[in-house]
Design a protein around this ligand. Structure first.
Ligand code: TYD
Ligand code: MG
Length: 455
């Protein structure tokens, strides 16, 4: 008889302990232990017969064929690119995101376009009717997509055996459970065991599996950091629910680089691929408005131009307000301090609001210069010319530090019809400015950039 036991498991790394403890000795996280019911199999000697006839055989590295993995074309340029050129057979891909961001929509839409492959969509969250409604809304016709609403892992495998699909989708891993473990669906041990079983299935049969996973408040994929270790690829679908842009980011990829990025726009009838993000992000005509600066940013390896907007106003209360959307607030505070120290602007009595247009979150430090310029522009109430864009990381002493992929940034600015671009002086090394049609202005310090922008 299997014996039921309670254990405490770290929700970050999956380490377990017989007692509730505050700090995880394995990963160092605090207050991550949660109680779980586990079924302990009777301990016994390992079954030696398993070892007698090994299914696997050690091979020399030279003997292993590496014929360039044939990848499945997902018929969605952005998705293919983020995966590193298509879906690898036998791979386990996790698509994470906050509830309601559009994970099911994205996957459903992709599945509906895949007429060439037989797909099985296993849903534990929605009824078949709901899925049908969504498919109708997305407006695609597909004759090779099977839908099943099921949460028991054993049943899911039975369905897979019956249907023999080319691609399996599981929406979501947090709803799946196996009878072998007594804890509830979504708990660390359930998610870990189920994901491991699915991984085994994917590797053994060569069937790729797309797993959908929820992200919890802290921004980690819920329950298990452990899940990220198990799967081959982790994609994160993010964006602001109130805006229409969604970014598909690759955080882990065993079959390609993680620097690729996909951009989508959420529409009434599904997601639309955005192949040229700059054009969308820069549509507003802001000629003559102060507090707007255009940054030549790079996310992953994609260059795009983005609007940074700032509003500086007199503080109504003793403590001035600082608020920022899409940009790290601590970094903004640092930039304000630089502005105060280096350019002599008294911002202490001012509220500062910062916004990156389109609800995008930009991690590229090269937008520092545009942030600081937008703040100054709003503070002086002097508009920055529409024809100029900029990039550069700002250091603590007000120096402009070099950025990566400068050629791409310049090309993108040129392509979008900008006349001038301000870049860090250090980026000029080994760069032929005569080649570019756009006027390149190199600066060493924020003061020089300000002189350029505001005279
Ligand atoms: P959904 O895919 O259910 O999110 P998730 O699976 O990540 O929880 O999508 C949720 C939102 O997407 C929903 O609030 C409505 C919106 N949506 C559209 O705007 N257009 C569409 O065509 C569809 C299907 C959904
Ligand atoms: Mg969903």
């Amino acid at each position: 008889m299997a014996k039921t036991k309670t254990a405490y498991v770290c929700s970050q790394c999956g380490n377990d302990s017989p007692k509730l403890i505050g700090k995880c000795p394995a990963c160092g996280a605090w207050n991550t232990y949660i109680e779980e019911l586990v079924t302990k199999e009777k301990p016994g000697l390992p079954n030696l017969s398993n070892f007698a006839s090994p299914k696997s055989k050690p091979l020399l590295l030279d003997e292993i064929k590496s014929d360039d993995e044939e990848r499945l074309d997902m018929r969605d340029e952005e998705f293919n690119r983020v995966l590193g050129g298509g879906l690898v057979p036998g791979s386990l891909v996790l698509i994470g995101g906050e509830p309601g961001i559009g994970k099911s929509t994205l996957v459903m839409q992709i599945v509906l376009q895949l007429d060439a492959y037989k797909t099985l969509y296993v849903s534990g969250e929605e009824s078949a009717k709901q899925l049908k409604l969504r498919a109708e809304r997305l407006g695609h016709k597909n004759t090779s997509c099977y839908i099943v609403c099921e949460t028991a892992l054993e049943q899911i495998f039975t369905h897979i055996n019956n249907v023999c699909p080319d691609i399996v989708i599981i929406d979501s891993i947090q709803t799946v459970f196996t009878e072998h473990i007594e804890s509830s669906p979504g708990s660390v041990s359930q998610v870990r065991e189920c994901a491991a079983a699915i991984l085994k299935f994917a590797k053994e049969t060569g069937t790729p599996v797309l797993l959908i996973g929820h992200i919890n408040k802290e921004g980690t994929i819920a329950g298990p950091k452990v899940l990220e270790h198990i799967v081959d690829t982790v994609l994160q679908f993010e964006g602001d629910q109130h805006y229409m842009y969604r970014i598909l980011r690759n955080i882990k990829n065993r079959f390609g680089s993680t620097s690729e990025l996909g951009i989508y726009e959420m529409r009434q009838n599904g997601l639309r691929e955005v192949s040229n993000p700059s054009e969308l992000l820069l549509t507003q005509n802001h000629e003559g408005l102060s507090g707007v600066a255009i940054a030549a940013a790079v996310e992953g390896i994609r260059p795009f131009l983005i609007e940074t907007q700032a509003l500086v106003s007199t503080a109504a209360y003793g403590t001035p307000q600082r608020s920022s959307t899409g940009f790290d607030i601590r970094r903004m505070n640092m930039l304000l301090a630089v502005l105060e120290k280096r350019a002599g602007f008294k911002l202490i009595q001012k509220d500062v609001f910062l916004n990156i247009a389109g609800g995008l979150k930009v991690n590229d430090p090269a937008i520092d210069l545009s942030v600081i310029s937008a703040v100054l522009s709003s503070s002086l109430d002097v508009a920055i010319e529409r024809e100029v864009c900029m990039c550069g990381e700002v250091g603590l002493s007000g120096e402009i530090r070099p950025v990566n992929r400068i050629e791409q940034r310049i090309l993108e600015a040129e392509k979008l019809g900008f006349k001038r671009i301000i870049i860090p002086n250090n980026n000029l090394k080994g760069f032929d400015t005569k080649k570019a049609q756009i006027q390149i202005i190199s600066v060493k310090k924020v003061e020089e950039a300000f002189r350029e922008l505001f005279g």
